[in-house]
Design a protein around this ligand. Structure first.
Ligand code: NAD
Length: 485
């Protein structure tokens, strides 16, 4: 990371609009996964710090909820403008702590900033309803108000976008928020939070509306916050396993929850597909962040008549990828996030090979420092292999063949997850049939990317509850009040 960017990064806890050290006086290290070198140390929040952060956002809530929607909107728009002006610096931080190539980091910053812009536009468009009651005796008026103080827990794979997708709608709706960033990537969130703090201060708005508490122990921070009766909402993005635990804790406080959890995205290529377009879509759906995205294509389900062409195309495309440090010129695939991630990917590839899969490309760790794994294509993969049934979170593409649409749909649905699916077909009727028959929150037709700040992002089954983005993302932070008059 450029030294001038590092020098400006806040490394404390943001509570009551002030950056401060942890009450325990301790810090934890943040590492560059491409080199395993320590970038810097960050304050390690204690349970007292977490309680103080919760208290700060609870105190700030009445004032922020009363700020005019237009003022909230304009503050968010100013945050968007500043993020855009400082996009290169933000991207450098994303790459340094998360490993993704700079071009991808810039794309994430732009995507994350879009949530801020979209919710700056939505803040003044919170609709209500007025109508005569069916019995004709009175009228019904429905108004909306902010849910209250909220708590966000974010993952490491999109350190800026997963934060803005929660913070922007919360602030737009009039909620205040404590954020606990992932331990592996707290720096980007700190940079973004400082932009928000500066903008609020310059405009004379309350700066305590956003608190940030990085910690080496998630539970040490989450327990006091979840146990505070003033908390009204929990928004979590991360693994299904942790989501389940948090839902149980949220039950005690009867909290509103948004849960963006794991995925196991099927990528279907039908016999009538444009195979070259499918290969390009596969690159986008599989290789962003070296395969470490919740929407990463996890299983390539390909009609047997085009499977050979598709596999050859994928190998040719993967061969052109350049593995390296995300900040190095020309890199298209960065490292995985940590050593355990490489071990897991290695085990999943070995499990597929044990069950008869062929390695067409990769299947090894490149000989270099850092947490790297080579882009890998596997064919003849057993449908029950863990490589297909579990979230891979690495640059590995397992190909499984099918012979009919019914079989493809059954395979696609044969998982507890239902976040996103991709399908390549020239048949419009089939596209609509798939939208009805595949158990998924999102479906990309002839494209390998679906995410958009203005669209509802989220899953069904074990992939989660609620939606982020679009109109739905704001509703997650609003309660309705029905007035009978
Ligand atoms: P994770 O569940 O391990 O961690 C996510 C966050 O939860 C981190 O901040 C972590 O510190 C915190 N956490 C962990 N244990 C906790 C506990 N007991 N109590 C409170 N907080 C706790 O997930 P991860 O490894 O950071 O992220 C990868 C996972 O996130 C994948 O499964 C991926 O599919 C999922 N994800 C989902 C989406 C989505 O929108 N559906 C987006 C990105 C990532």
């Amino acid at each position: 990371m450029p030294p001038e960017v590092l020098a400006q990064l806040p490394t404390g806890l943001l509570i009551d609009g002030q950056w401060r050290p942890s009450t325990s006086g301790t810090t934890f290290a943040v590492e560059d996964p491409a080199t395993t070198e320590v970038i810097t140390e960050v304050a390690d929040a204690s349970s007292e710090d977490a309680a103080a952060a919760m208290d700060a956002v609870a105190r700030a809530f009445p004032e922020w909820g009363a700020v005019a929607p237009r003022e909230r909107a304009e503050a968010l728009r100013a945050v968007f403008d500043r993020m855009t002006a400082r996009a290169d610096e933000l991207a450098a931080v994303v790459t340094a702590e998360g490993g993704k190539p700079l071009a991808e980091a810039r794309a994430e910053v732009a995507y994350g900033a879009e949530y801020v812009r979209w919710y700056s536009e939505q803040a003044v468009r919170v609709d209500g309803l007025a109508r005569r009651a069916p019995a004709g005796t009175n009228h019904q008026v429905v108004m909306h108000k902010p849910v209250g103080p909220a708590f966000a827990i974010t993952p490491w794979n999109f350190p800026i976008a997963m934060a803005t997708r929660k913070i922007a709608p919360a602030l737009a709706a009039g909620c205040t928020m404590v954020v606990k960033p992932a331990q592996l990537t707290p720096l980007t969130t700190a940079f973004f939070a400082e932009i928000v703090r500066e903008v609020l201060e310059e405009r004379g708005l309350p700066t305590g509306v956003l608190a940030v508490v990085p910690s080496s122990s998630a539970r040490r921070v989450s327990e006091p916050i979840l146990g505070d009766p003033r908390l009204r909402k929990l928004s979590f993005t991360g693994s299904t396993e942790v989501g389940r635990t948090l839902l149980k804790s949220a039950a005690d406080g009867i909290l509103r929850t948004s849960m963006e959890l794991g995925g196991n995205a099927p990528f279907l290529v039908f016999e009538d597909a444009d195979v070259e377009a499918a290969v390009q879509g596969a690159l986008a759906a599989k290789m962003r962040n070296a395969g470490q995205t919740c929407v990463a294509a996890n299983r390539f389900l390909v009609h047997s008549s085009v499977a050979e062409d598709f596999a050859a195309g994928l190998v040719a495309a993967f061969e052109k990828l350049v593995v390296g440090h995300g900040a190095a010129e020309g890199t298209t695939v960065g490292p995985l996030i940590e050593a355990a991630a490489v071990d897991k990917v290695e085990e999943l590839v070995a499990a597929a090979v044990d069950r008869g899969a062929s390695v067409l490309l990769g299947g090894e760790r490149p000989d270099r420092r850092g947490y790297f794994y080579s882009p890998t294509v596997l064919t003849g993969v057993d449908r029950e292999a863990p490589t297909v049934t579990e979230e891979i979170f690495g640059p590995v593409a397992p190909i499984v063949t099918f012979d009919s649409e019914e079989e493809a749909v059954a395979l696609a649905n044969g998982t507890e997850y239902g976040l996103v699916a991709y399908a390549f077909t020239r048949d419009v009727n089939r596209s609509f049939r798939l939208a009805e028959s595949i158990e998924t929150g999102m479906l990309g037709i002839n494209r390998g990317m679906v995410s958009d700040a203005s669209a509802p992002f989220g899953g069904v089954k074990s992939s989660g509850l609620g939606r982020e983005g679009g109109e739905a993302g704001l509703e997650e932070y609003l309660d309705s009040i029905y007035l009978a008059i």
